[in-house]
Structure formats: structure tokens, C-alpha cells
Design a protein around this ligand. Sequence first.
Ligand code: ADP
Ligand code: MG
Length: 319
Amino acid sequence: VTPEFELIRRFFTRPARKAVLGVGHDCARLAPPEGMHCAISTDMLVAGRHFAEDADPQSLGWKSLAVNLSDLAAAGADPAYALLAIALPGVDVAWLEGFSTGFFSMAERYGVELVGGDTTRGPLTISVTVIGHVPAGLALCRAGARPGDDAWLSGQTGDAALALEHGAGRVQLSAQDLAACRLRLDRPQPRVELGRRLRGHASSAIDVSDGLAADLGHIAEASGVSFDIAADVLPRSAALRACPDAQLALQCLAAGGDDYELAFTAAPERRTEIDALGRELDLPLTRIGTAVRGRGAVTLRDAAGTPVILARAGFDHFA
Ligand code: ADP
Ligand code: MG
């Protein structure tokens, strides 16, 4: 057995339980459950771009799967399978052990089976593909918001960006706030349960990865509406509330990215059930604004209704 296949066997092979055929062949084979559609998504993490070269491998393993599960959550899909394509600068056993521990802890939490991938030498790059199942006709997507719908947000945004601002020396966080923000950055919690429970209730959904305003903009464009968002209603963590630079705090909150919360819309008649769902999941669900007639605009307003101008709406790799 060559080192490449020994590496795959040791770090990336677990027994297939759901898959008809798992790792070790040219193709995995999956049998989608009756009446289900497959939801599929890929996200790539590149060293030096999405994470530092020396980032903790266990967190990376966790996050590389978590950010993909976040996309399945936005579709309302139940996670089922993953594929992992990874380029490694060399064989570093301690790194691989950490990475696969983090990856499989996230995988086990959501019953995800790793059924294949590709392993090659190269600049550290991690590309994960996930496959989930959603009852035919019930999947959520970015289209479907209608004027008059409420805009909702799960959890809180801004902490991951605040951790990066601290790292860049633009703000000084207390040790406690920094630890909380770093946890949000390194160990995002995909809102899988929320997504699946929003099937049939939400009119549209997206996961917030590039910044709240930018991602709401994607719903707005796909749905053919605009959004009015109340800046003072956006839920803030203790760290963001303690941030002395109000402008920077708002920038993180509304445009920071790396949040992996769900933003979604629903008709106002759904308020009671969505509030109840938030309590049941022990996850704050906040009504942050309204979909209005328009063509893709997202307007953030202060308490007096005056539009708030952001330096930028979100993260763009090519901007
Ligand atoms: P092929 O060359 O036929 O595409 P490979 O030699 O790349 O196959 O891979 C051998 C087997 O190992 C395949 O089943 C593939 O899906 C799996 N595999 C390779 N790398 C990974 C990885 N990082 N994680 C999970 N499975 C992997
Ligand atoms: Mg082959």
C-alpha cells in the first residue's frame, strides 16, 4: 500500500452505514430515500485566504464540514454524506490526526458519512462537498420572499468578524470576549435543526457567510424584493455590546461574515410558530425587518428610520 492510500485509509475511512458503497472504490453509491430530493453543495477553504497556515487542525476539520452543513441547513435538508478533496503540503501525522478528529466530530454530530474524496500534494486547500435529503417540494432557497414578509435572523452575527478585527489590531477585546468570538470563528454551529424545521414555514432562506447585508441582498435579488432592516434590532453579543467603536461594531454585525447563522423570510402569520420554534430549539430567532417591493436593495435603518451607510455590505473575494 502506497503512502497515499495508507493515509486515506488511516485518516479518512470509516465504515459505511448508510451508503451502499463508501470510500475505496472509483465511485461511492448512495440510495436516496423514497420521495426525497438530494441537496448538494461545495465550499472550499484555502490556507492564507480563509484561515492562517498554522491554524489549529482540529478546528479546521470541524469548520470545513460545518460551513458546508450550513448550506444544507439553508436548504432545509437533512445532512447525509460528504466528500473531501484535500491538498496537503506534506504528510504531517499530528496535523492529519487533529483534522480528521475535528472533521469526524462534526460528521458524527449530524450523522454525516464521508463517502469519498481526493487527496493530493499541494498548497493546503480543503474542499468539502455535502449531500443532504429534503422532501420533494419542501426545500428552501433564496427565492420566494414576498413583499410584506418578515425578515428573520437566527442567533447573532458579528462575533467572528470581531475576532478578526482584534487579530488585525483594530479593536482590543477582553480575554473573555476574545475567547467567545474566537469560538464563533473557529467552531461555527451550523443551524441544521432550524433549517429542517423551517420547511414549509419560511418563504426563503440563506446562510449568512459573507455578511448579513450582502446575504440578505442575495435573497432580495433572487426573490425580486428589497429589505428594510432595523439596525438597532440586530441581536448583539456581549462582546459586540462592549465594543467601544460603534462604527466598527455595526460593520461586523451587518457585514462581517463567517457567521453561519440563517437569515430567512416568512409571512407575518407565522410569527407565533417561529417564536415557539426559537424557544424549542433554544436559539434566539429575531425579527430584523421586512421585505418590501423593490429589486434587490437592502436598506439598514437606525431607530429614527434614517438609512445607515456601511463601508461595505459584505465579503467578496474579487472586490
Ligand atoms: P481515483 O484515482 O479512482 O479517483 P483515488 O485514488 O483518488 O481514486 O481515491 C481512492 C479512494 O479513496 C476513492 O474511493 C476516493 O473517493 C477515496 N478518497 C480519496 N481521498 C479521500 C479523502 N480525503 N477523504 C475521503 N475519501 C477519499
Ligand atoms: Mg478512479
